[in-house]
Write a protein that binds this ligand. Sequence first.
Ligand SMILES: *Cc1c(COP(=O)(O)O)cnc(C)c1O
Length: 373
Amino acid sequence: MNKIGYRPTWAEVNLANIAYNINSIRKIVPEETEILATVKADAYGHGLIPVSKKLISLGIKYLGVASIDEAITLRHAGIKSSILVLGGIFLKDCPAIIDYGLAQTVFSEEIAAGLNAQASKKRKPVKIHIKIDTGMGRIGIWHKDALTFVKAVNKLAYLKIEGIFTHLSSADSDADFTRRQISLFKELLKKIDCCGISIPLKHAANSLGMVNFKSSHFNLIRPGIVIYGLYPQRALNIKIKPVLSLKTKVVYLKKVPGGRSISYNKTYVTKRKTVIAVLPVGYGDGYPRALSNKAEVIIKGRRVKVVGRVCMDQTMVDAGSVKNLSVGDEVTLIGQDKNSFVSAEELAALSDTICYEIVCGLGNRIPRVYLNK
Ligand SMILES: *Cc1c(COP(=O)(O)O)cnc(C)c1O
């Protein structure tokens, strides 16, 4: 794992909270429902390998990644679980799916045939999950064309159709559309069943679908963001604890009179005598520049404002209200300090994005430190 270097900016990832969140997920779905934990994008910025190992220790049997590369990283770390590649691949990539024993999302005849040919050559059947487009408009075969496709794929001897799935596009914004997506998927499943084709795993639910639409559960769910203790939208009815905290330390304290301009373009001018604390963190670490003059950080349990533009490597805060402050004191940019709390959701709202982008955006320059408490 990365160690904290000379620059004291780090993220704490509390794996015990992943256990808490998985437990909460298990409480809201029927006992027989399996969980595919989404660990793409370096486990939403939390660290692919430590998070995946924790999930496996909690009894999670399926992991979902975006690419073959992410899956190979898991295999090289000794992880033997089922791994579903959720994204599309190219024909040339088919051998890797078989060599690394991965399950591949399939929605084109070309890739189905390519995988079948490679699997047959290597005498090793390959697992696939067929992706259905019921309104997401991304990868996936349009639901009306899906039955013909499933029948054709089912004839390929070395393909094992382990699953079939769709993805909800608007579970946070359009309940009617979401219900329609679910019912289109259900109708298709019925038709497939009638043809005598049996597919073990059927899935549709991301975190939002899982919490808000019980009809999206089928026999497998694919939560991502709630595993990390973040709400995709406010007030979801599930108890979770945020897993990641972002911290740094004051590198410089500067006593200034009123009328001093702070940072690029002088977007902030001190109103009165105060103390500016300089923090060694910036948009080069994934702390968004859009937080300039908006976000707050916590020092000694007190929330203080970011002043002036967030720079690439440095950010200034007005720390005039913090007593007995010294260089080297800890600063919380995301997380809890005493009775104050700054969430990734709050930073997302202030920078006009979603909390996914905040945690995924935290760069390689930030070492992840793993805790279990
Ligand atoms: C990322 C992803 C998920 C998880 O979504 P959350 O909103 O994080 O729960 C589920 N399914 C697919 C196909 C995904 O790409």
